[in-house]
Write a protein that binds this ligand. Structure first.
Ligand code: WQD
Length: 339
């Protein structure tokens, strides 16, 4: 049985990936410092799969602690989610983002190298493409300097890994997620935003819950079919599956270069108003909304060409937008502490 370390394994995408890894027969160990996650997620994972993963509360900025972890655990591959991810906050506190996201990555790579751990999966983001000139976005689409320090930590992270694998002959895959949505079918794990949600779906589910009075739609004067911005919403369970396939690829030595990049999206662009409509129809609930000014830093549209992931990883999205809207709502309703 292969041993996989999942950093940030109690977070939104991390927890779904831990479940998928366990269900695929991997032995999973989680590191998470609970900076944007809850310890209860550990129990929830265990009740979904019937297997308790090992869990350590370690801050990846603590090189000594990371070192001790690797010296006392046999690890075959690492899936690295642990990072800060709030775009707006990163603009206000850039150094906190660079320090946390980059130092965590550097410490992890350094210690992996010392302990001869060869396989690494990195959580990257479609934000590395900025506003692309052509849709859909494939992996040859030119990268742009991201709008936010958060986005920049993802781009810099990819560059650090690129230089690292060249020097060490390690194998890595960077997965560039579009907009993750939905929750596990069990409604036990899902996205738990910190404070007032920045992302669209948590704001929609909290509005449906009447925690928020109405959704603000940021701009309806974009050059799109209804004037609102277009994104590619990809189900979190589908994302989790892609991580299983990516680590299996590396462990089987099927990678074609030391660092590969894959876009993970649904392949379909949806406008903000289409998402509101999809949520309303899927759950039979009205979402009150008002049009607000455009949000600074937002792009007009982004959606993925995922054919490389399909051809190379044998991955494709399976979950409908309707289903994602239903699981997102079921999870929101299951939360007792909503604020
Ligand atoms: C989606 C659309 C908003 C909230 C960000 C990061 C990206 C990735 C995912 C995560 C946009 C509109 C939103 C609201 C709205 N990283 N919106 N009202 O901005 O595409 O991507 O999250 O870790 O790197 O940049 O996602 O969900 O914030 O917004 O109208 O209250 O919904 O303007 O068009 P985004 P989002």
């Amino acid at each position: 049985m292969k041993n996989i370390l999942v950093t940030g394994g109690l977070g939104y995408i991390g927890s779904h990936t831990v479940v998928a890894l366990q269900q695929a027969g991997f032995n999973v160990t989680i590191i998470d410092d609970l900076s944007n996650s809850q310890l209860e997620v550990w129990e929830k994972i265990t009740s979904i799969t019937g297997i308790q993963p090992k869990y350590y509360n370690i801050d990846l900025k603590d090189l000594h602690a990371v070192n001790i972890f690797f010296q006392s655990n046999v690890i075959d591959g690492v899936i690295h989610f642990a990072a800060y991810k709030a775009v707006g906050e990163s603009v206000e506190k850039p150094l906190m983002y660079y320090r946390n996201n980059l130092m965590g990555l550097l410490n992890l790579l350094e210690v992996m190298d010392e302990n001869k751990v060869d396989h690494f999966i990195f959580s990257s983001s479609c934000t590395v493409y900025g506003q692309a000139d052509k849709m859909p976005i494939n992996e040859s689409t030119p990268l742009k300097k991201p709008e936010s320090p958060y986005g920049n930590t993802k781009k810099m992270g990819e560059e650090i890994i690129e230089d690292f694998v060249k020097a060490t002959n390690k194998k890595a895959i960077a997965l560039r997620y579009f907009n993750p949505v939905g929750a596990h079918d069990s409604a036990l794990i899902g996205e738990v935003p910190n404070g007032i949600p920045n992302n669209l779906i948590p704001y929609v589910t909290q509005t449906a819950m009447q925690i928020r009075e109405r959704l603000g739609v940021f701009g309806n004067d974009y050059e799109t079919r209804d004037g609102t911005a277009v994104r590619d919403y990809i189900d979190v369970n589908d994302l989790a599956e892609a991580h299983v396939k990516a680590i299996q690829r590396l462990l089987a030595g099927k990678n074609k270069s030391n660092l590969e990049f894959f876009n993970l999206g649904s392949g379909t662009g949806s406008t903000v108003l289409e998402i509101v409509d999809a949520f309303e129809k899927a759950n039979n609930i009205k979402i009150p909304y008002e049009i607000k000014p455009r949000r600074a830093g937002d792009i007009v549209e982004a959606y993925a060409d995922y054919s490389l992931a399909q051809n190379e990883l044998g991955w494709q999205p399976k979950t409908s937008l309707q289903n994602s809207m239903q699981t997102a709502w079921a999870f929101q309703q299951s939360l007792t502490d909503n604020l």
